[in-house]
Design a protein around this ligand. Structure first.
Ligand code: CAA
Length: 260
């Protein structure tokens, strides 16, 4: 367990569990939270013993209710611009090369929804609520929401959500393709950790490559994505884990992974 002021970090075997821990502000995301998360995600990415990460929110009410409105209220446009406000989410969180899952246990609004969408996929509690309500504050999404939500659920619903600021419940989020699975709140963490452990048991380089490939579908055009896939596949065939994985299959036994 590493000490941070705004998050809890715990290693459970090969899975790192990170909990946003500002329940009094519904886990609102300020610069200190970003600094803590960047540190924890950076350590996770470098630690060979850790093979999947789960991010959740403390308390039963919120994953994160957004960027911290109290921090932003007094900031001038020049402050946002000169600090390149929100840019750190890309370098500190999105740049993580190893897999991670968001376990959304309640409100995921504004920056909270955007943070969840930075994950490789989302598991949601049946009580979860997603939304991009920034318009009600006279602003708009700033951490990727207008882009990732639109790619995840399509223009019609994303536009409606951004323009009205309405919330989407967990069932609609699953129907719309925003979340991979909805489970009762009481079993959210257990179910997410179970999936994280399964991912952690896979050959780790293959996990990183699979992540990079699927993200290429999200971020590039089809021809570029297919080329990326083919080249990454070819690189993986040079790994010891590829040799082991195929022999283990033929010998009808589980693979023993070296991670290279
Ligand atoms: N920033 C700072 N503090 C927040 C917060 C946020 N985003 N969301 C909630 N809080 C604080 C509240 O101010 C309150 O603090 P006090 O007790 O000191 O007053 C505490 O958390 C509990 O919140 P509520 O009393 O409002 O709880 P509720 O159950 O009545 O309502 C809610 C819950 C509907 C989620 C409501 O808190 C809410 O609407 N929050 C703001 C949601 C929002 O607008 N998010 C977008 C932020 S902008 C953004 O994220 C920009 C971007 O794109 C990156």
């Amino acid at each position: 367990m590493t000490d941070y002021a705004n998050i809890l970090v715990e290693q459970r075997g090969a899975v790192t569990l990170v909990t946003l821990n500002r329940p009094q502000s519904l886990n609102a995301l300020n610069s200190d939270v970003l600094a803590d998360l960047s540190s924890a995600f950076g350590k996770y990415d470098k630690d060979d013993s850790q093979r999947c990460l789960v991010l959740t929110g403390s308390g039963e009410k919120a994953f994160a209710a957004g960027a911290d409105i109290k921090q932003m209220a007094d900031m001038a446009a020049a402050d946002f611009f000169l600090q390149d406000f929100f840019a750190g989410w890309q370098t500190g969180v999105v740049a993580t090369r190893k897999p991670w899952i968001a376990a959304v246990n309640g409100f995921a609004l504004g920056g909270g929804c955007e943070l969840a969408m930075m994950a490789d996929f989302i598991y949601a509690a049946d009580t979860a609520k997603f939304g991009q309500p920034e318009i009600k504050l006279g602003v708009a999404p700033g951490m990727g929401g207008s882009q990732r939500l639109t790619r995840a659920i399509g223009k019609a619903k994303a536009m409606e959500m951004c323009l009205t600021g309405r919330m989407m419940d967990a069932a609609e989020a699953e129907r719309s393709g925003l979340v991979a699975k909805v489970v009762p709140l009481a079993s959210l963490l257990e179910e997410t950790l179970k999936t994280a452990e399964l991912i952690a048991s896979m050959p780790p380089m293959a996990a990183m490559v699979n992540k990079e490939m699927v993200n290429a579908a999200f971020e590039t055009n089809l021809a570029q994505g297919i080329l990326t896939e083919r080249r990454l596949f070819q690189i993986l065939t040079a790994t010891e884990d590829k040799a082991e994985g195929m022999v283990a299959f033929i010998e009808k036994r589980p693979g023993v992974w070296k991670g290279r």
